[in-house]
Design a protein around this ligand. Sequence first.
Ligand code: SF4
Length: 202
Amino acid sequence: MYIARILYPVKVLGPGLRIGIWFAGCKHHCQGCSNPELWDFSEKYSTTLNDVMQLIESVSDTHKVDGFTLTGGDPIEQHRELVTLLKKLRTISDDILCYTGYTIDQVREKCPEVLSEISVLIDGKYIEKENHEEPLRGSQNQNIIILKEKFNSSYSQYINHSGNQIQNFFTLNSAISVGIHKPGYESDLNRVLIGKGLLKDE
Ligand code: SF4
């Protein structure tokens, strides 16, 4: 399978302290996508289910994990591997939110099993002009679909009270910005970095 990154604690893509899993590979190519570097099924992201679970368990054995957020890329592109992963994740937490560029009907057609393993689906392509910086939704055409009733209240509370927030993670040689960014944030960020002499003007 192709997984680009796993981050913890993600606090801005669903309630609680979550493990975020970024799948590599997406065929939708939405204009203004904030992760175009994850469109390819690049071999550098090739990994095994065992390695992914080992990393996740090393986090969940020592930290509180309230849920998982699956994004990318589009996790549904790897739906066979995804179903196997979901069954394992559910032994840790069954609060699993999954983003996809497909509609729920398309997901049902491709792989109905995914819908019985996750708790929340956020469906539909990203449409830049419909980005109103809302919590969880990249653009207003997308639907937040709660598939398991027991999560109604935690997600309603999160959506109504958390506001839209951005969270930055720093690695040894890079920074990763997580959350629903406003349209064009990358060029704004680049301007600031160029101004500070941290990036070359090309
Ligand atoms: S579905 Fe998501 S990851 Fe894929 S191109 Fe659209 S916004 Fe980007």
